[in-house]
Design a protein around this ligand. Structure first.
Ligand code: HEM
Length: 157
């Protein structure tokens, strides 16, 4: 870069592409950890008597997991993901891997919203669905992550 030349935003982001991708993957891991752990807490919470000591402990864990880890991690994963789309969009062309990846990610956003709503219902003393239901839905983020990571790394089509 010549003396006095200013880097525009696109050039700046391109220069730090791998740093952005590293931050993206780090916060994706934090978000996935929460999406995998919160349904597990609901499995234990389902059998906890409303108002009991276990109920209070699980309410605190669920609230902190969502507000301190999952929500911020989801926003940083989204923000860095959109920066990556902006920097690399010229190369994507007809590549369907990103479109299909984002469709799966959209399902993860929906799942996050469902878990957030369910947390409020448990905090209100409700016991929605069943213990088996939360054991089964616990697999959704794990299965989606397998497809998303293969699409993002292999870029098969
Ligand atoms: C939140 C919305 C998301 C957007 C907009 C997004 C977008 C992107 C884009 C554009 C890239 C760059 C691809 C490249 O430069 O090779 C990328 C990389 C990556 N994304 Fe995402 N992503 C999102 C969420 C996720 C999620 C939820 C996961 C995993 C569960 C994930 C896993 C990855 C991985 C592993 C890479 C690195 C691929 C590589 O270096 O080869 N992303 N993402």
């Amino acid at each position: 870069m010549l003396e006095g030349e200013t880097l525009n935003m696109f050039d700046l982001l391109s220069t730090y592409l791998n740093w952005i991708k590293a931050v993206h993957i780090i916060f994706v891991i934090f978000w996935m950890a929460g999406l995998l752990y919160l349904p597990r807490l609901f499995v234990y919470h389902y059998n906890a008597t409303p108002g009991s000591e276990l109920d209070t402990v699980l309410q605190t864990q669920e609230r902190k997991l969502l507000r301190i880890i999952m929500n911020p991690a989801m926003f940083v994963a989204l923000f860095t993901g959109l920066l990556l789309v902006y920097v690399r969009h010229a190369e994507f062309g007809e590549n369907w891997w990103l479109t299909i990846k984002l469709a799966f990610v959209f399902i993860l956003f929906g799942f996050h919203g469902f878990l957030s709503k369910t947390r409020k219902r448990f905090a209100a003393g409700e016991r929605p669905k069943s213990e088996k239901y939360f054991r089964v839905v616990n697999e959704i983020p794990a299965i989606l992550t397998i497809f998303i990571v293969i699409l993002a790394v292999v870029e098969p089509f």
